[in-house]
Design a protein around this ligand. Structure first.
Ligand code: PMT
Length: 196
């Protein structure tokens, strides 16, 4: 239902893209770091409100970088009043959230869609499967079993997959990781859309 994502990777991507001259909109959940200057921010609190924000932004976007750790499930009902002790049920009924990458796929077919895959085992294999299933141009595979990579920390160690080539990147700051991802994204943009 929830996870310990800090928003650091998403903020680093926004900062790196802005520093390269891109016009950036950061659709974000709770953040533990400051918003970068010059970036337009759309705060959201649920997967469904993130979907609404993406539907509004995507038609105008050249690139979607999806670093958010979106919850796969949500409680079926939300209590309108405080649940009193003794009356609570012992289990929560969950329903599946929509997959945002899949749900927004048809909105702008020209948009270069980049996903992240947080995995703890068979990282490359699972990331390659998600790349294909979600119809993405690039997948950033994140081994979140390592203490110095993934959730909350300032560094990351990722592998980039595009269906043909597998590029292992060393341990780097999240900002340097973001720039390495953007270097690959530049190669996927039509020539006349490259910011520089
Ligand atoms: O925020 P930090 O603390 O810096 O941590 C960064 C990070 C570990 C969250 C980030 O680097 C990362 O790996 N993000 C993806 C985490 C994740 O949810 O992966 P996933 O394997 O569940 O999802 C695969 C892709 O589908 C992701 O691009 C995700 O945004 C997307 N997704 C997932 C669920 C959903 N309902 N809709 C989606 O679009």
């Amino acid at each position: 239902i929830s996870n310990r994502s800090s928003g650091k990777m998403g903020v680093a991507l926004a900062q790196a893209a802005h520093s390269r001259g891109a016009s950036v909109t950061l659709v974000h959940g709770p953040l533990t770091v400051a918003l970068p200057n010059g970036v337009s921010a759309v705060p959201v609190t649920t997967a469904l409100s993130m979907l609404d924000a993406l539907e509004a932004q995507l038609p105008h976007a050249d690139v979607l970088l999806m670093a958010a750790a979106v919850g796969d499930f949500r409680p079926k009902t939300v209590a309108s009043q405080k649940i009193k002790k003794g009356l609570e049920k012992e289990s929560l009924t969950l329903v599946a959230n929509p997959d945002l990458l899949m749900s927004t796929k048809a909105l702008n077919p020209a948009c270069v869609r980049v996903g992240f895959a947080a995995e703890t085992q068979h990282v490359e294999q699972y990331a390659a499967e998600k790349l294909k299933r979600k119809g993405l141009r690039l997948m950033v595979a994140n081994d979140v079993s390592q203490k110095d990579a993934g959730f909350q920390v300032d560094t990351n160690r990722v592998t980039l997959l595009d269906g043909k080539r597998v590029q292992l990147l060393p341990l780097m700051s999240k900002l340097d990781t973001a720039h390495a991802i953007l270097d690959r994204v530049l190669g996927l943009l039509p020539r006349n859309r490259k910011p520089r």
